[in-house]
Design a protein. Structure first.
Length: 100
């Protein structure tokens, strides 16, 4: 009985987070592609990869989108925005998509 209000609060918070993620996706699309060097990352959109950060941490997830300075990565814990300048390497776990 006491769990129902707590579940409702969590459902509302999840709904708000989903709206925020959708807003971020729209914002990323509106910014357009990054510089020419970002074309390399375009091949990995929708693919799973390991992102190694400067501090040594590793993030595993699917590259959703990127702009000039950020990458939106969908992880098991939820969406994550990684700053490109904080990344050392990107190791794909799936084959990249060929570009024309």
């Amino acid at each position: 009985m006491g769990m129902q209000p707590a579940l409702k609060v969590f459902e509302e918070e999840i709904g708000q987070l989903k709206k925020q993620v959708e807003g971020m996706r729209k914002k990323f699309k509106a910014l357009g592609p990054g510089p020419q060097s970002a074309d390399i990352l375009n091949r990995y959109i929708g693919k799973k990869a390991v992102f190694r950060l400067r501090g040594g941490a590793e993030v595993t997830g699917t590259l959703v989108e990127h702009d000039r300075y950020n990458c939106l990565v969908e992880t098991a814990e939820g969406p994550l925005v990684l700053l490109k300048h904080a990344m050392d390497t990107v190791k794909p776990l799936e084959e990249p998509t060929e570009q024309a």
